[in-house]
Design a protein around this ligand. Structure first.
Ligand SMILES: [Zn+2]
Length: 131
């Protein structure tokens, strides 16, 4: 499963990520140059690519809740830094995005449980073939 770049969910995830990366970049790397800086732009490209390949597709949980950690270690560390720093500022600067993000997290909770159950059922069948 993958996520279409035209899907509202994809656009929303990317908009949230971009907003957070920009807050982080402005605070840490901003020296009057165009934002985001080269480094942060590369991170966003990477994040967009991972997002497009998300194993959950449209039923994707928010990344914090995701059981699959699909980022490579360097990017994972960067994502953590960005979230830690920009997270608390998001509600004030992007209230709608933040609200939708929490809603996505909340809604995907039930879907994620169903995905797990389906996967477990499949696995059990594979281990014990029916007679
Ligand atoms: Zn930057």
């Amino acid at each position: 499963m993958a996520m279409q770049e035209t899907s509202p969910r994809y656009k929303r995830e990317l908009a949230t990520l971009t907003a957070m990366a920009l807050i982080h970049c402005r605070a840490k790397h901003g020296d009057g140059r165009a934002l985001p800086c080269e480094e942060c732009r590369k991170f966003l490209d990477y994040a967009a690519e991972r997002l497009g390949k998300c194993a959950f597709g449209e039923t994707k949980p928010t990344c914090v809740k995701c059981p699959i950690h699909c980022y490579a270690s360097v990017e994972k560390e960067r994502a953590r830094t960005i979230m830690r720093e920009a997270g608390p500022k998001m509600l004030l600067r992007h209230p709608v995005l933040t609200l939708l993000h929490f809603l996505d997290g909340w809604l995907s909770g039930g879907r994620l449980k169903r995905w797990y159950r389906a996967r477990e059922a499949k696995r059990t069948q594979a281990v014990r073939p029916s007679k």
